[in-house]
Design a protein around this ligand. Sequence first.
Ligand code: ADP
Ligand code: MG
Ligand code: ZN
Length: 624
Amino acid sequence: MPVNNPFRPPQRNNSLAYVLLFALILTIAYYIFNPQTLGGATKATEIPISQMEEMYQQKKLVSIEVKTDRLNATGIDKKDYTSVRPEGETLKDMGLNDPTNPTEIKAISSETATFWLNMISGWLPVILFVALIIFMAKQLGKGANSAFSFGKSQARVFDHNGKKKTTFADVAGMDESKEELKEVVDFLKNPKKYTKIGAKIPRGVMLVGAPGTGKTLLARAVAGEANVPFFNISGSEFVEMFVGVGASRVRDLFQKAKRNAPCIVFIDEIDAVGRQRGFGMGGGHDEREQTLNQILTEMDGFENETNVIVMAATNRPDILDAALTRPGRFDRRVIIDMPNLVEREEILKVHARNKPMDSTVDLKKVAQQTPGFSGADLENLLNEAAISAAKANHSTVKQADLEHSIEKVGLGPERKSRRLTDEEKKITAYHEVGHALVGHLLPGCDPIHKVSIIPRGMALGVTWSLPEEDVHLKSVSKFKDEICSLLGGYISEKTFFNDVTTGASSDLARATEIARRMVTEYGMSPELGLVTFSERGNSFMGADFGASKNFSEAVAGKIDEAITKLIHEAEERTTQLITNNKELMDKIATELLKKEVLNDEEFAAFFEKTKTTAKKKATKEKME
Ligand code: ADP
Ligand code: MG
Ligand code: ZN
């Protein structure tokens, strides 16, 4: 099926311009050739009316033109004569009504003539001016972002004539999501198969996933697979300065889509317009509501034969309006997870295709070291690696470039310029070794991957641990050990320097947060038992904004007590561990100060009984 491009410039009617030009010329001609406007510049000879009457009677005139205030005559001598017509006198009064006289009397119906003359000369400039403005406005309107094209949707279309299209092959992993979307592709390709049997074609598919997980990519791949046009618009593009613009853009978008069916309309970041209605905070909600209502109306308005599938993407499914997800609208939900180990490797392979890789490069190892990275992060990682290879004038990307980029993408670039004083360095070293030692000794903590005192981003040092397996369920003892290792830095500073620094504040915040969750969300506190105490606010501005407690002040006090108890317990255990291993810590810290970075093997070598660090997977833990 040929796809007509709805974005070719509209065939603008130029006749308006020609009419205007013609009118302009007429006006100018009128002023030039009108003898009255030229005053006495005529060639006619001014004669008194009595002489005109006399010439008439003597039949010396060929014709007389009778106007309101003037008589213009042409004589048989081919000369023009003109005279003033006495006010109020008729032809008869002037004796010009002799039927036997051959002189032609041209009486111009003076009333209408003057009326039209006044009309034209008075109004024409105004009409011309208005027309000119309209014309200019239309000209300007051709520019995409002009003030006159607000109501037009700015959807970009990708149709696949000849251009390289995105297909499922470009999307690594996500087998389950792809499987679900293959159905959508089939709807678009063979709609008859479904309508024949009375099945309704789904209208809307909502892609849900964290940023950078490939939602946009996947939507484009569906269009590519089905070989249909793909209208891409971002939710934020509906929201404009003027109320009503969003709704009219929606109308325009769906009109275009219907003209190009079968096709896919993709509304990216739909949460920008699809938030729950009814919260007036932040202003501008009227506009959003109108836009949202319009989307709903358009989706309801599809006839069953209309083969347009609306896809939308969001990373905040929790804040979407319930009306959006009810049957007949975005009722299909495709969840897109963060890539797992295998998928990460595949994504890396996809993006390594066009980059020459050194033969020693092990993408699997890179995938192992990048738990928690999204597809976009991985793409970025390879790009950074290529840049650093190019900087060093290498012809291929080496493993070292990749490892370097992992840290850069994951933690922010090293800040070599941020110089620590020797004292600061020493405190940082003991702080990090505190984390690492506790993390290594407690069974609930993940193996240490790396300890570093090179400042990075906001952090002065980093202890990096990686879980051995994908962890989906965490137990009480695991949480408790985690709190201990977070407190390790603080307690190490306190033990060795008898003082604490500000460097520990974010550790403490994280430890407290874990304890709070244990008590309020997971029911892990024996004092409060199996009740959750949510503090969910309305999610208009994030979950915590305007949060309201669903529990009493007395319970709030108990929660605080339970949290404090958990932290205290952990503090005691950690202090015990650190004081028992003071010499060992001195040794490790000295080594760390010398090398600045200790990797997993170097670190584990300090302990006789080494934990296995072979398998490292899933969520990365980072402690400052
Ligand atoms: P989202 O829309 O979910 O925020 P995008 O679709 O824009 O994410 O993905 C950003 C980039 O990340 C894509 O352009 C793509 O290059 C890369 N990417 C993400 N997931 C994958 C994947 N599964 N396979 C290949 N590339 C991916
Ligand atoms: Mg996107
Ligand atoms: Zn720390």
